[in-house]
Design a protein around this ligand. Structure first.
Ligand SMILES: [Ca+2]
Length: 139
């Protein structure tokens, strides 16, 4: 009986250590994630950078101001995509987009922003046109 209690205590102690270890690792990775996002935001303040483009596209997707969030700012998205000079810049932008959003995919978000209201809408045509534009970017 005493041995059983001893085992239970040992198990509880081991569980506690595992939990503390887990929480320590979690808080460590969270702080790394925060630092990454903060440095991405610092990069996004550099005019003409891929990070700035990523932030502007994210802002246009969300289209929020102090009064709330309106629907996607399609005109801004079109203008921004059409100002991307080449594939290399686009790829850098998608990496920065992930850094700014804790790992969200630009491609998935971009698709969702324009395809969320069902098929056959004019939004889909805008998306398809912009995808053609992106695919035809020079390297
Ligand atoms: Ca939106």
């Amino acid at each position: 009986m005493l041995e059983d209690i001893d085992d239970i205590l040992k198990m509880a102690a081991t569980g506690g250590i595992v939990l503390v270890g887990f929480l320590a690792v979690k808080s460590f990775t969270n702080s790394i994630k925060e630092n990454r996002i903060n440095s991405a935001y610092a990069d996004a303040s550099v005019s003409g950078s891929t990070a700035e483009m990523a932030r502007k596209l994210k802002d246009a997707f969300d289209n929020c101001d102090m009064f709330g969030c309106a629907g996607t700012n399609e005109e801004a998205v079109i203008r921004l995509i059409q100002s991307i000079p080449n594939k290399r810049f686009f790829e850098g932008m998608t990496k920065d987009y992930a850094r700014l959003t804790s790992g969200a995919s630009f491609d998935v978000d971009f698709h969702d922003e324009f395809y969320s209201w069902g098929n056959n809408s004019s939004d889909n045509i805008i998306y398809d046109d912009l995808m053609v534009y992106i695919q035809n970017l020079p390297n």
